[in-house]
Design a protein around this ligand. Structure first.
Ligand code: DON
Length: 310
């Protein structure tokens, strides 16, 4: 690769160093409110296996909604296209935890990345596994993708969200009343809260997302994770729905398929080039990492990697 990507990530980290701490750390999950807001990390893993990091790239953080990309991948592997009978593929234009469209749309969530959609995806996975097995299967998948057996779920975060997750409980019960949740609400949410509570570093996360940048195959091991067309479609959903009501703005400024989480992480995919993970806990008004988004905008400006052109 001709570009000096280490210089790119170093530049970004130093340009943002004065601004560390900007945004507001998520506090509706009490355990997340304890995270030091001044942290920042970025890792690029290229499709030819090179890794470039700057900042706190070895500090694990709660991946939260970024997990929805990986659980969707598992659900598609189990249920195939039937997934789309129970969840849509349109941007919602509403907040990640909104309930407003569900009544008019008969309990079918707009897409798999809003909370309602991700809860249905867990219900689909529970069609093949018991709750503890589903969590085990997810962790096994994530360790495989990240090529790291040390990945673990942060139980304190999972418990913290279980104790305060009334909104998600409401979404699940509401969808169950429409017949779009087939399993016990507590079991479905148990899987969902544990999936969100996985702790990863930007280095591990960028490695785990690499198959999406490489037509569905892990370019380092050579193994196929999903077909090329499925990878392309997951990327399309990330681009259109990955940042909730901030998805248009993210496409405008960054121009890459991306998925955010309230832990302050973002996974972005530059198809054919690299998988990028950024992390900074302070969130913008729509719940996406403030500095993480800025970092990715700087990255696509410097590399010309936006899917919309240089
Ligand atoms: O269900 C929730 O509210 C969290 N476990 C995940 C939300 C989230 O990460 C939204 N992303 N920006």
């Amino acid at each position: 690769m001709l570009m000096d990507l280490q210089a790119v990530v170093d530049d970004i980290a130093s340009a943002l160093s004065e601004r560390r701490g900007e945004g507001k750390v998520a506090d509706y999950i009490p355990q997340l409110a304890k995270v030091d807001p001044k942290q920042f990390a970025i890792t690029i893993t290229t499709v030819d296996g090179q890794v470039f990091s700057a900042g706190d790239a070895e500090t694990p953080f709660s991946i939260q909604s970024i997990s929805k990309v990986f659980m969707l991948t598992l659900a598609l592997g189990q249920a195939g296209e039937t997934v789309w009978k129970r969840v849509g593929r349109e941007p919602s234009g509403t907040a990640f935890n909104s309930i407003v469209q569900l009544e008019q749309e008969h309990g079918i969530p707009r897409n798999p990345f809003i909370n309602a959609g991700a809860i249905v995806i867990c219900d689909i996975v529970l069609g093949s596994y018991k709750p503890k097995e589903a969590i085990g299967e997810y962790v096994r998948f994530m360790r495989y993708l990240a090529d790291d057996d040390m990945l673990t779920i942060d139980r304190a975060v999972a418990m913290s969200e279980t104790a305060t997750g009334s909104r998600n409980t409401a979404l699940a019960n509401f969808m169950r009343s429409f017949g779009n949740l087939h399993h016990d609400v507590a079991h479905v949410l148990g899987v969902y809260f544990h999936q969100c509570a996985l702790a990863m570093t930007t280095r591990q996360l960028s490695r785990a997302g690499l198959f999406l940048a490489a037509q569905g195959a892990d370019p380092i091991s050579g193994y196929s994770v999903v077909s090329a067309s499925r990878a392309r479609r997951i990327n399309a959903l990330m681009l259109t729905c990955g940042h909730y009501d901030g998805s248009g703005d993210f496409a405008f400024h960054v121009g890459l398929p991306g998925k955010s989480g309230v832990g302050g992480g973002i996974l972005a995919v530059a198809p054919g080039k690299a998988s990028i993970a950024v992390w900074s806990p302070g969130l913008n008004k729509v719940g996406n990492s403030a500095l993480g988004t800025l970092a990715l905008e700087m990255l696509t400006n410097q590399t010309g990697w936006s899917v919309f052109g240089a």
